[in-house]
Design a protein around this ligand. Sequence first.
Ligand code: BJ8
Length: 372
Amino acid sequence: MKTQAIEKLMQKFANRKEQLYKQKEEGRKVFGMFCAYVPIEIILAGNAIPVGLCGGKNDTIPIAEEDLPRNLCPLIKSSYGFKKAKTCPYFEASDIVIGETTCEGKKKMFELMENLVPMHVMHLPHMKDDASLEIWIKEVEKLKELVEKETGNKITEEKLKEMVDKVNKIRELFYKLYELRRAKPAPIKGLDVLKLFQFAYLLDVDDTIEVLEDLIKELEERVKKGEGYEGKRILITGCPMVAGNNKIVEIIEEVGGIVVGEESCTGTRFFENYVEGYSIEDIAKRYFKIPCACRFKNDERIENIKRLVKDLDVDGVVYYTLQYCHTFNVEGAKVEEALKEGGIPVIRIETDYSESDKEQLKTRLEAFIEMI
Ligand code: BJ8
């Protein structure tokens, strides 16, 4: 029961490499990114192209482990491995890569990656006070200068306004999608929505808008007709599941669950909060609010999870941590406590990109879904 919009998404993704290299030939610069904190409006306003580079595959981990420790987050190793092996077309297309000081592992990996590709690292302060916001606004100003220098294009007020409106449009459409996912039965599978988020980091923005608009129309019809997927309604929260990493959602939906929401950077952290205004400061303020576990005292994240549980009428929460991701793992204790206090069932899963634990995860998730 795939929607035509999801078929279109897969088609656009299949054509994306060719389209991206053509855009490059036409003179547009490509900015690789590793994080939801990078304000893509600024890159787009310089007529450059943002692409997400986080790795979600196991294949590139062995080559990464020649330089990086084995006991490191698989997302970091996979990403580094892609660059070292030169096997990711998006990485190879990137003229420059933007990193940010989020978690320790990523930050230190960037110091090694600097030897492989031109890099610019943004200083993301971990505190949430006004002094930290000032630092972040300056970092976003520096990004604007960098984009202007790299592209040779001036970022005008008009261009910035156009791109703020465009990226806000994507946010609005994702909000609508989440509204529709409140319906029972759920009008779309979690696996399809995950692909949508994964590819939104890679596709041309206009293509993402087109797919989302089509999808919303189709899902509105489904909701009107009462069509969709039955099953225990699951919210996933935690580390992002970037392209290539679908393991947990696949298992959940195999054993009787239906994922109806994702509190993740392949989920709500990608689109929540609009940019309210057209200045660099307005843009910086929106990104500063992203509640990633790398920030100190991140209680907004817990509030968001509780709100999503209520809004989406969730039966249970799967707290997802990538192995050796200390920030999300430690924060998991607070989230678990808050959910248990509210009587919300939660299971904590820690895994990597290998298939070796699939059966064990299946057994645990099946038991959880049966129990809730
Ligand atoms: S804003 S979640 S995209 S940092 S999983 S590499 S945190 S050890 S990916 Fe992330 Fe930006 Fe935060 Fe989102 Fe480190 Fe954890 Fe690995 Fe992570």
